[in-house]
Design a protein. Sequence first.
Length: 106
Amino acid sequence: MQRDQIATVMKYMSQGEAPPAYCSSNLASKAASHGGAENYMFEASSNRERELLLQITELQNSVASLVDELEKSKLRNIQLERKLNAVFNKEEEERIRREDVARDIG
């Protein structure tokens, strides 16, 4: 349940919005009102809040890393598609050339 609340808080904080009332615990409301987990870490009043904020930061870093990995995969996919298209076009040109030669001979 706490993970769900953390995920919800992260979602709203990343969008720059205040979290909805159902998850407006001390952690959520304080973190959102202070502009995010990083700024609030210095003002956290309990060890548990610090732990939760650290988890939020780690999750945000993990998401950022996954987004970077996804972008790299998309770029690699584009490169592979271009290579595949080049091979296909080359083979198609060769097929057309052979057909033209066969037509001229026949």
